[in-house]
Design a binder for this molecule. Structure first.
Ligand code: AQP
Length: 326
């Protein structure tokens, strides 16, 4: 039997290339080898302020993006978290064995509570417990995520270990799977990770045109030590070189490294080539996205929820039995 895999993304805005290179691109490869569950984690998304009227469309858009990127409903289960009530049921149970000290250490909570000072709610604090429930409900062994989520997967392992010790062997210990694009940085502030919530100029969206990509890159920060075109640059210190390494072939990479270190090309030439290569990667996704019909997306989500629910309810029966609950 194939090993099981779980991953998800919040419907909090347009997908960006950090989400793509950090997680989704890897999903597409992994869905061949694993039995995959790919979730739209709307219960996570409501831990920050949002507009309820926009949520249904955001969910459908994200599901459409999953399909356009290459997730195949014949191979994987694609579904919305709130359609499977067992996620929150298991989250409550797991919260009773999760240490408060561990939750207080979580970097994402610290960062998000600084970003959303007007709405630091208990759900934001308990986010990692719900994420542990998402993963353990399906007894997933692997969790392909970006670097920012690694700490949450480690906590999930700890929660699984604690549950098994108290109530008997129930959950496997999940592992995170990272890619070489597991931490892309913001275009406007390379000390912060690229994030949906830092605004559209800080990221390249999967739906951006070549012109928009070039415009965003042209003002993006590069190697901070390189002030003029005639100064030699240091590609390893440049946020945009990291992006080149994800989308450019050896010939283009050699051209950029030689041109930059020997001051033969300026940052704008490097950015132009980068814009072209990023767009080459995104164009087929954008073309597939345009052809998708809303009806088809809704059908995929309904079928996905049904299949996910079958696995989830079986796990909940086992969990409750082991805990002496009805
Ligand atoms: N900058 C990034 N580089 C690499 N991977 C990233 N991921 C997010 N940002 C980067 C990965 O994308 C997946 C989905 O993330 P999410 O939407 O569930 O939550 P997030 O990590 O909080 O992503 P954002 O874009 O920063 O969203 P907001 O602004 O809404 O919080 C995860 O696997 C994540 O690691």
């Amino acid at each position: 039997m194939k090993k099981r895999l779980f991953s998800g993304i919040q419907p909090t805005g347009l997908l960006h290339i950090g989400n793509y290179f950090g997680a989704i691109k890897n999903w597409i490869k992994l869905q061949e080898e694993y039995s995959g569950l790919f979730c739209i984690v709307d219960y996570h998304a409501i831990t920050i302020s949002y507009e309820p009227k926009k949520m249904p469309q955001r969910i459908l858009d994200l599901a459409g993006d999953y399909l356009a990127c290459g997730l195949d409903p014949k191979k994987s289960i694609i579904f919305v978290q709130s359609a499977v009530a067992e996620h929150t049921e298991l989250a409550w149970i797991l919260s009773t064995i999760t240490s408060l000290g561990d939750l207080k250490r979580m970097t994402q909570f610290k960062e998000k509570s600084k970003q959303n000072t007007e709405n630091v709610n208990a759900g934001l604090f308990n986010y990692p417990v719900l994420m542990a429930a998402d993963i353990l409900l399906y007894k997933a062994q692997v969790v392909p995520v970006g670097d920012d989520q690694r700490q949450h997967v480690e906590l999930t392992r700890e929660i699984a270990r604690c549950f098994n010790k108290k109530f008997g062997e129930t959950f496997p210990s999940p592992k995170s799977l990272l890619t070489k694009g597991s931490r892309l940085m913001s275009l406007t502030d390379p000390t912060k990770k690229m994030s949906k919530s830092y605004g559209p100029e800080s990221y390249i969206a999967l739906s951006d045109s070549k012109e928009t990509i070039y415009r965003k890159l042209s003002t993006a920060m590069t190697d901070p030590a390189r002030k003029r075109k005639t100064d030699p640059g240091t590609p390893e210190k440049c946020n945009l070189y990291t992006l080149h390494q994800l989308v450019s072939d050896k010939k283009d990479l050699d051209y950029v490294v030689e041109g930059c270190t020997q001051a033969k090309i300026g940052c704008l030439e490097c950015k132009k080539l980068l814009a072209e290569n990023i767009f080459k990667e995104l164009k087929p996704i954008q073309e597939r996205r345009k052809k998708l019909k809303e009806k088809e997306i809704k059908k995929t989500l309904l079928e996905g929820a049904k299949r996910a629910k079958e696995i989830a309810s079986q796990t909940m029966r086992e969990v409750k039995k082991n805990m002496g609950l009805s």
